[in-house]
Ligand binder design. Structure first.
Ligand SMILES: Cc1cc2nc3c(=O)[nH]c(=O)nc-3n(C[C@H](O)[C@H](O)[C@H](O)COP(=O)(O)OP(=O)(O)OC[C@H]3O[C@@H](n4cnc5c(N)ncnc54)[C@H](O)[C@@H]3O)c2cc1C
Length: 1003
């Protein structure tokens, strides 16, 4: 080991010597860029603003826009003289500084982009060839949101290949030896550029679409003697990329072709498992292939994404862990050199020297593997490696500035990262000795224990560690299922199979703890007829009120801790039955997999969150500390709560309202929607298994017009929690306002109704993002979410650019049976909805322009083709009325003033969204958009319990927030108990902040 370390140090020092011999700044161009990078490394806040500015700049068309943004991003005085002067100058001479700035930032981007197009890049490649540096070319592009985008990409790759092959015909291998392993033409391909509908849950679908697009490219590459490499992107695409690689290169046509490669990312905990698997596959295949080993470019993205979704984090947390794993994988690759050709993609001299030393130990000829480095970075290291006789290849992105922004920002992040080698060496002058240390010695023991033993994941192939940064008092949501894992996909398939076997099952009412079967059964028919629910009539409704009223006396006096624990037990049970109940939703209401899982996750969160909130509210709290007097504020339950839920979140919303009622000490009658009876029955089962006492929760399925109306008016029902249509909601609101003989309480009504949600796209918005999120918000789950987008408001400056991509993106959506993983648009809930939505489409055709309607939808079932109308005016019916289906209206406006006016000009105020990169406009919309939930630069659906308390105002609701801190208050009656504690002038000194509960009197 010591000998190896000595050799690494010797080789590393040699590289450093060579690097220092030709001093060159860290980055190949000086001036503007150098200064900005230096500032970024000094000031994190500046770095964020700079990278955001760089991101928006290429999309700004006029000098005044550039100056406007510059002002908004950097007008803060804290940003130092350099920027201050720039902003000042920009204000005085905008027509000069706008273009200059754009020119400078273009220069900055072009530092990392080898050419605008294939013709342009050849000059660079030729120069490198004379320096004995090879190339791999990658095509930059905007996020692919449609199949039209993807087809264009595939054609560009093919064109690039042709041009490169033609131009490099006479080029020879720089080293001469083993040239057959390293074709001159080398193309790096990203799979996300070739198929717009990749869904991690459905690798088979992705492969079925990607393989036909790749085959012509691979055939041509083989004919012209080129090499194709599959780049690796985010973790969500990793398994699909690996699977695709193995599948396609096992096909007869490509089985014997050795010029294919793939990337392994050493920052992933499961990378060793994947590399071993690939090597085994390669040996079985019997043909050489290549692996580019890198650490990985998406560290920030992966950590953020896992934190947001509550997923186990796939990447290591400590930089030396990634470095150490890189070395482990280096050895694995070189030990298997007989089947796999290694390329080391790193600028880290320690990582490079380690690969050299280990190859030398194995007696490998240096011409049998290569080092790959990025264009525009670490020039001196490339030169040093060439001088030492190693094979060097440069990764050269080709493309325009605008699509190159994401790539540029990744490079900027890398170059300014606190953890990065380049910064340490070239900006901070850390000594060679320090930089060549064994990374294993640098891993901090406290974190080293959490699954970092050589980068091997836990036995189930998953990663085993979670980031833990949430403060203790913040509610931590239950994680979503990550369908990128094969075992999650298999569990869901198994659950669908199991639930299918139970089709036709019948479900009883549950009243006062007793299972009640009625003669009348309501079928659950959508879309695959999984079962029946007993149908309650007036007698059962009466029985349920009686049972609930009787149970109230004891339940209201049950300590809140016990009630909270009931919810937590139920959450645990649901967690266990998670896949099963997701499968029920897929069948019963046609939810796509991830939407069904989201619903179950929300239910789990409601239980746990409301348990936590009840503990916060349950104990009487001292109002003020005043000598001689104690005043305690506390709550009592209201009585009997009647819960009426919709079918579109068939478990979560029912669960949310019912559990809020139960945990606050009320007794509850819960009525699921007629269309989602089985989901309701399943929820009741979970409550029963958790031990809900008889009568505390009663399950009453039946027709809203019969039992619903009866119970709303019932004198013994004290509150109503309703989520559903505006029409029904308003009736309930009105009816509950009438006081009936014998009624004890003024009825409290929670009314959550519909929306006509708008998304505004600003003129500087990231069009790819705006389109992707709008499509998801409008058409996900067939547009049947109350939060769904139904009015897209485009500023005229951006109108054409957005529409150009919106329509093809809608045309690329996967419409089909949601039993299949990865389907985004399924059937609508039932025939009535189907007919109603089709009627609205007819209204749309008569009022506006039908810009797009899908043609290819399944002929059986209630499938509505995703539909887009343009030329929609604010007063038209399709712009005012809630359609609750996959129909999107596009409205064109002059400017942001008009956009806000149009967005606010409806009866509703539920969700609203804004896409922009102007800090000032973002602030304005945050303040002025009339919606209960305002979303900036993201989808307007998908509220998460605790994080996005959900609910609207105006005709969208009574202003309550499900999943928020104040929600439980709706179910409670506040009381204050005040005691004069002085006796003849003597008062106790100590008054506790909290005291025991004042339980309500026995009823
Ligand atoms: C030619 C080439 C091709 C590439 N292709 C791809 C590709 O297809 N897909 C891809 O994802 N990447 C790819 N990369 C890698 C990526 O873009 C970075 O360049 C690379 O990770 C930087 O590593 P380094 O060894 O040069 O630098 P170093 O400074 O030694 O390492 C930086 C890297 O360490 C990791 N890291 C940073 N902080 C932490 C932390 N706290 N805990 C754990 N790990 C951390 C990150 O991966 C980071 O990029 C490629 C790189 C090159 C040179």
């Amino acid at each position: 080991m010591r000998a190896r370390q000595n050799d690494i140090e010797r080789r590393g020092s040699r590289i450093f010597e060579l690097v220092d011999k030709h001093p060159e700044p860290l980055f190949s161009r000086a001036g503007f860029y150098q200064r900005l990078m230096a500032l970024s490394m000094r000031d994190e806040r500046f770095k964020v603003q700079l990278f955001r500015f760089v991101d928006v700049l290429p999309s700004l068309r006029h000098s005044r826009e550039i100056i406007g943004h510059l002002n908004e991003y950097f007008s803060d005085d804290g940003f130092g003289p350099f920027v201050g002067t720039g902003v000042h100058l920009a204000r005085i001479v905008p027509w000069v500084s706008g273009p200059i700035l754009r020119w400078n930032v273009s220069g900055m981007a072009h530092q990392f982009i080898a050419g605008k197009n294939p013709n342009d890049v050849i000059k660079t490649l030729r120069k490198r060839c004379s320096q004995k540096i090879g190339f791999t070319v990658d095509l930059l592009g905007e996020a692919v949101v449609s199949e039209a985008d993807a087809d264009e990409y595939a054609a560009r790759y093919l064109d690039l290949l042709e041009k490169l092959a033609r131009e490099t015909k006479n080029w020879t291998d720089p080293l001469g030896n083993n040239a057959e392993l390293f074709p001159v033409v080398n193309l790096s391909v990203k799979i996300s550029a070739l198929y717009s509908q990749i869904n991690p849950a459905d690798p088979a679908d992705a492969i079925a679409h990607l393989a036909p697009k790749l085959r012509p490219l691979l055939r041509r590459a083989r004919e012209v003697g080129a090499f194709i490499n599959f780049d690796m992107e985010s973790y969500a695409h990793k398994n699909t990329t690996l699977e695709l690689f193995k599948t396609i290169f096992t096909e007869g046509e490509f089985k014997n072709w050795p010029h294919a490669g793939i990337v392994i990312q050493a920052y992933l905990r499961d990378s060793e498992v994947n590399l071993r698997d690939l090597i085994e596959w390669g040996r079985k295949r019997g043909t050489r292939f290549a692996v580019r080993l890198v650490k990985g470019a998406y560290w920030d993205y992966e950590t953020t994404k896992s934190l947001q979704n509550g997923w186990d984090c796939p990447v290591y947390f400590q930089k030396p862990e990634s470095d150490a794993n890189f070395e482990t994988l280096t050895r694995l690759l070189l030990e298997n050199e007989s089947i796999v050709t290694a390329a080391f993609g790193s600028h880290n001299i320690r990582s490079i020297a380690h690969a050299q030393a280990f190859a030398n130990e194995l007696g490998l000829d240096p011409s049998r593997f290569e080092f790959q480095l990025l264009y525009g970075m670490a020039g001196p290291i490339k030169r040093a490696l060439v001088e030492m006789g190693y094979r060097v290849r440069e990764y050269c992105p080709v493309g325009e500035l605008l699509p190159g922004m994401a790539y540029l920002v990744r490079r900027l992040l890398e170059n300014t990262s606190n953890e990065g080698f380049l910064r340490a060496k070239f900006a901070e002058n850390v000594s060679a000795k320090e930089l060549l240390r064994d990374p294993r010695d640098l891993i901090k023991p406290a974190v080293a224990g959490i699954g970092n033993s050589g980068g091997i994941a836990s036995s189930d192939g998953k990663n085993s560690t979670s980031l833990d940064i949430a403060p203790a008092d913040v509610y931590r949501n239950s994680p979503l299922v990550n369908f990128a894992y094969k075992d999650s996909q298999e569990k869901m398939q198994d659950a669908l199979r199991e639930v299918r076997k139970r089709f036709g099952e019948k479900h009883p009412l549950v009243i006062g703890g007793e299972k009640i079967w009625t003669d009348q059964l309501t079928p659950s028919v959508n879309p695959s007829a999984p079962g029946y629910g007993s149908e309650a009539g007036i007698p059962e409704a009466e029985r349920a009120v009686k049972a609930a009223r009787e149970a109230f006396g004891k339940w209201s006096r049950t300590p809140f801790e016990e009630r909270a624990r009931l919810l937590e037990r139920a959450a645990d049970i649901l967690e266990r039955r998670r896949y099963e109940l997701s499968a029920v939703e897929v069948f019963e209401v046609g939810k796509p997999w991830n939407e069904a899982d989201g619903d179950i996750r929300e239910a789990i969160d409601f239980w746990r969150f409301y348990a936590q909130q009840m503990r916060r509210l349950g104990r009487p709290k001292l109002t003020q500390r005043v000598p001689g007097e104690d005043s305690y504020h506390h709550y009592w339950p209201r009585g009997v709560a009647f819960v009426i839920a919709p079918w579109n979140f068939p478990i979560a919303i029912l669960c949310g309202m019912a559990s809020a009622g139960v945990v606050t000490g009320n007794t509850v009658i819960m009525k699921p929607s007629e269309q989602s009876i089985v989901c309701g029955a399943m929820l009741m089962q979970v409550f029963e298994e958790a031990g809900v006492p008889s009568g505390v929760l009663n399950f009453l399925s039946g027709h809203g017009s019969v039992i619903g109306a009866h119970l709303v008016d019932h004198k013994d029902v004290d509150m109503i929690a309703f989520t559903g249509s505006r029409e029904v909601g308003l009736k309930i609101w009105e009816s509950a306002g009438i006081t009936r003989p014998g009624q004890r309480e003024l009825k409290r009504v929670i009314c959550e109704m519909g929306g006509k949600n708008a998304m505004i796209v600003d003129s500087d918005a990231d069009v790819g993002e705006a389109v992707g999120y709008s499509i998801y918000s409008a058409f996900g789950f067939q547009g049947q979410k109350c939060s769904a987008l139904s009015r897209l408001i485009l500023l005229q400056d951006n109108y054409d650019r957005v529409m150009e991509r919106l329509i093809p993106a809608a045309a690329s959506l996967r419409v089909g049976n949601p039993e299949e993983p990865g389907i985004m648009v399924g059937p609508v809930i039932d025939e009535a909805a189907y007919r109603r939505i089709l009627d609205y489409i007819e209204v749309g055709k008569s009022e506006a322009t039908l810009a797009y309607q899908a043609k290819d939808v399944p002929p059986q079932g209630y499938f509505i083709p995703p539909t887009i109308f343009t030329d929609v005016k604010p007063n038209m019916r399709i712009a005012r009325e809630e359609i609750f289906g996959p129909v999107l209206s596009v409205l064109r406006v002059r400017d942001l003033d008009e956009a806000i006016e149009v967005a606010n000009g409806t009866d509703y105020a539920l969700t609203g969204g804004f896409f922009s990169r102007s800090p000032a406009n973002i602030e304005r919309v945050k303040a002025q958009l009339e919606a209960g939930n305002v979303y900036i630069n993201r989808s307007c659906t998908g509220a998460i319990v605790g994080r996005h308390p959900f609910g609207g105002f105006k005709m969208s609701g009574s202003g309550t927030k499900a999943g928020g801190e104040d929600y439980l208050l709706q179910f409670l009656i506040p009381r204050v108990v005040t005691e004069n504690t002085t006796r003849h002038g003597f008062a106790p000194e100590e008054t506790p902040e909290y005291r025991d509960e004042f339980l309500p009197p026995q009823q």
